[in-house]
Ligand binder design. Structure first.
Ligand code: 2U9
Length: 359
């Protein structure tokens, strides 16, 4: 009996000081495993005389149960301690404020281009791009702009130094039209593209900067007509300015690359000092457009007897200023972080016809 009491104390002490599940498992194996101390004692019962066996058996079984129970209880305790430690080290304070929003802002020009792409994208037009440095043919000649046209003059166009052997100097493109020229020269209709990008003109005052952004569009197919042009642009301005009943007027105009040509005005009010779109009886010019001149189609290898199309162009700074109430063109290019914080957009708010154009 004394021996059993000694064993009990030994094993219970060992169990009580086991501080990890692995240590506890080793103790279980040493005491109760196949070759464990208590198991061995139980196996040796058969060697005892029957009357000794009963008493020793009872004592050994009680010891075995006590050790089993102690292991079980200790295991539970260790599991709880382990969980407590994890809860402490993996603590998340749900009362902390949310992460501060990303501090960068999207420039209003980038935002406006994304909006334009979303609107025309919905109508089936895709984006085409080209280089800022163009040759004379793509920028002028193909567009039916004559040699003596004022746009070609030094005062208006940035000419690069003429390369040796070249017929004419390269230019910084004065509009994004050369992108449509490249598109027509490289593929046959149907063509449905918009071309947003940087353009350059040698001009700098309150309302002009030497670099500005344009978006132009081109749609060419066998039966494209002026009705398509009007529907497309009326839809565009009403969606862009988010004014369902915005008045739109097509006023005859002239461009060398379109015939007939028109300038598009939208209804506005100027009578109370501030400009209000969609109200009043005034008009504000917003973009130019027309049916692509047959000579331009032929210059690009497109049969003008079979195909016709429309084109349009607008200044991106101008429509961004009107939509977002930005009063001064030159501030677009000052890279003033306070201006950008005020007029900029959250980069994650991607304009779409489903989620909305701007927030
Ligand atoms: C091709 C054929 C025709 C593009 C057009 C305009 C009218 C227009 C101005 C608006 C303000 C430029 O930014 S702005 O100064 N643009 O009025 N643009 S039609 O016509 C094209 C283009 C390419 C092959």
């Amino acid at each position: 009996m004394q021996q059993l009491e000694g064993l009990r104390e030994k094993w219970l002490a060992a169990i009580g000081s086991a501080d990890r599940a692995e240590a506890l498992e080793s103790i279980r194996v040493e005491a109760l495993g196949k070759k464990g101390e208590i198991t061995a004692l139980l196996s040796s019962l058969g060697t005892l005389a029957p009357e000794e066996r009963r008493e020793a058996g009872r004592g050994l079984n009680a010891l075995k149960d006590a050790v089993s129970e102690a292991i079980k209880a200790r295991k539970q305790k260790l599991d709880e301690m382990h969980l407590g430690q994890r809860l402490q080290s993996e603590f998340v304070d749900l009362t902390l404020p949310a992460r501060p929003e990303a501090s960068g802002r999207l420039h209003p020009i980038s935002q406006t281009i994304e909006e334009i792409i979303a609107i025309f994208g919905e109508m089936g037009l895709s984006v085409a791009e080209g280089p800022d440095i163009e040759d004379d043919f793509n920028n002028f000649t193909a567009l039916n702009i004559p040699e003596d046209h004022p746009a070609r003059q030094m005062q208006d166009t940035f000419y690069l130094p003429k390369a040796e052997g070249a017929a004419s100097p390269m230019v910084l493109r004065t509009h994004t039209s050369p992108v449509q020229i490249r598109t027509m020269r490289s593929k046959q209709p149907p063509i449905r593209v918009i071309c947003p990008g940087r353009t350059y003109r040698s001009d700098s005052d309150m309302t002009h900067t030497p670099m500005f952004h344009q978006v132009e569009g081109l749609v060419i197919d066998e039966s494209t007509h002026m009705g398509h042009l009007k529907g497309c642009l009326i839809d565009f301005v009403r969606t862009f300015f988010d004014i369902e009943d915005l008045k739109v007027r097509f006023r005859p105009s002239f461009f060398p690359f379109t015939e007939p040509s028109a300038e598009v005005d939208i209804g506005c009010d100027r009578s109370h000092g501030a400009l209000k779109l969609g109200q009043g009886n005034d008009w504000l010019e917003i973009l130019g457009c027309g049916m692509v001149h047959p000579k331009v189609l032929e210059n690009c290898g497109i049969d003008s007897k079979r195909y016709q199309g429309f084109a349009f162009g607008m200044g991106i700074e101008r429509i961004a200023m009107l939509k977002y109430g930005i009063p001064d063109l030159r501030t677009f290019f000052e890279a003033d972080v306070r201006w950008l914080n005020h007029y900029g957009f959250q980069a994650m708010d991607v304009p779409s016809m489903v989620e909305g154009l701007s927030r």
